[in-house]
Ligand binder design. Sequence first.
Ligand SMILES: Nc1ncnc2c1ncn2[C@@H]1O[C@H](COP(=O)(O)OP(=O)(O)OP(=O)(O)O)[C@@H](O)[C@H]1O
Ligand SMILES: [Mg+2]
Length: 359
Amino acid sequence: MSLEKLLIRQFRNINSANLNFNPKINLIVGANGSGKTSLLEAICFLGLGRSFRTHLSNRVISYDRKEFTLYGEVHNQNITVPIGLQKSKSGETLLKINGLHGKKLANLTQYLPLQLITPESYTLLTGSPKNRRSFLDWGVFYHDQLFYHNWARIKRLLKQRNAALKQCRTYNELQVWDNELCLLSEAISAQRQAYFDLLIPLINATITDFLPGFSISSQFFCGWDKNNKSLQDYLTDNFNRDKQLGYTTAGPQKADIRFKINGLPIGDLLSRGQLKLFVYALRLAQGLFLNSFDNKQCVFLIDDFSSELDKVKQKTLAKHIINSNAQLFITVIEKNNIETLFGQERTVFHVEHGKITEE
Ligand SMILES: Nc1ncnc2c1ncn2[C@@H]1O[C@H](COP(=O)(O)OP(=O)(O)OP(=O)(O)O)[C@@H](O)[C@H]1O
Ligand SMILES: [Mg+2]
């Protein structure tokens, strides 16, 4: 899958752009504040239906304008899918996929599998388990068609259970939610575990190149200690505590992936540059997985490629990124040595005060 064309109107400081992208490598060059991240954000909006910088979609509408419009053409195995999205300040959303109105924003994700890497991406390792769950679920979502259904169902069930927790007096009143909850939890955990087991060798292969000499271990935690007791037992035993807290403390909503070096959490030990490389290894592994197991092409949005990385690491990274067989959108402040890293088969875009021109 690749994004071939993109038309932008009134998005951040980009008033108007009409772009034809390279199916492989797109380098986006411009000074601070020129609009590079805004261009990635526009691609992200078309692929996910939301921004990676704000949850308030009004923020991305150009100052003094009433709406933004995006139109893109996604190419997948000789088929082109046109996607149009308009969002207005009044809250109205118009989405047209393949000529059809009335689709939901959630439908967008299947067309453009996006992987985003920004200077803040290290928080995948240092931040809350929620970040790592989203990382994992991204891959399971594309790999296992039944996952989304299970995931959406359990999210609803948990919402209902947590609401019931606040009202009920004895555990028996909750049993009605928990039979289905336990079955779905087992299913989701098995789907996540199966995906993660296949992903690990791909992660390890890249890590040895990025962080030689480090011995890294990884483990999937399903959200409760299976070796200790069943989820049903946790739900029963935790009743009083969960009631007090007002939410369910064991289950797949608490899943995590734990990476360690010599038994210690990775986020406490590695430098910022090393953490960034680790995140690259994780995301590149997912891109390779998508390509080899699921026969889909991933789209990488890489903001500020060179930040925090020395020249040698940039070279190693560029080699891996090119080999990932993904479509790449890479922003840099200065072209300098970047062009030599990414070869000749690429398109360069210059961004200046929101105006984007192809070189
Ligand atoms: N809603 C908006 N309407 C118009 N301009 C905006 C809006 N939101 C942000 N801007 C401006 O858009 C400009 C481009 O921001 P952007 O983050 O894309 O720059 P950048 O090229 O990525 O810069 P850097 O290299 O510093 O990361 C900034 O000057 C910012 O103030
Ligand atoms: Mg930027």
